[in-house]
Design a protein around this ligand. Sequence first.
Ligand code: GAL
Length: 226
Amino acid sequence: MNLSDALDWPSDGNNQSGGLWPSNNSNPTWPGQPATNPTWPGGQPAANPTWPGGQPAANPTWPGGQPATNPTWPGGNPSQPAAPQNSLVVPYKQTLPQGIYDKLLITIAGTIKPNAKMITLDFLAGNDLAFHFNPRFNEDGKKVIVRNSCVSTKWGKEERELQQFPFVQGQPFEMKILCTNNEFKVAINNSHLLEFKHRFTNLRAINVLHIYNDLTLSNVQMQTLS
Ligand code: GAL
């Protein structure tokens, strides 16, 4: 049984049995790839109960008993309460007290600035970058999402392959990052985008999330899927 089945978690397209993770193009049943999805923002595919507007009934409380609807960090984080629109300061740093682990889901809501050059999201382990996610809006006239890691100040091999570029200057987005034992899975606006296989195996050492460059942030939410 793969993880998606175990969780009833959205498929990445390799899991043809379905699930709730937004699918990539290999699954024709999923509505709304970013380029063709006219419902975003503001619209939800009715069939997907995990997307904004509702968590599945089985879905999770944070360890220690946070209700699923409470977007605060476990134990509470008075300095970053549930936030109204565009109220988080960028650059934004979030400590991950328990590091990264299987079934940790991070949901980020924000808006790309109108003349954005790039946005960046880093998962740090000390001074190293376990996962650098860097959508660039104009690299020699092209849009590209660069993914990489950086150990002892040395960048690793870039991953650039992707058909889609779902971010739009001036537009809001919602990003979901699901951590598994093998990879980070990233979905944008309800559509699975990519995976980044772990290069850092000590997942618990990945203890900071950093979000910066040309965006505003309205909400960053963590939860553990049951
Ligand atoms: C470099 C860039 C870094 C980082 C890296 C990723 O060219 O200066 O900020 O994005 O690529 O491989």
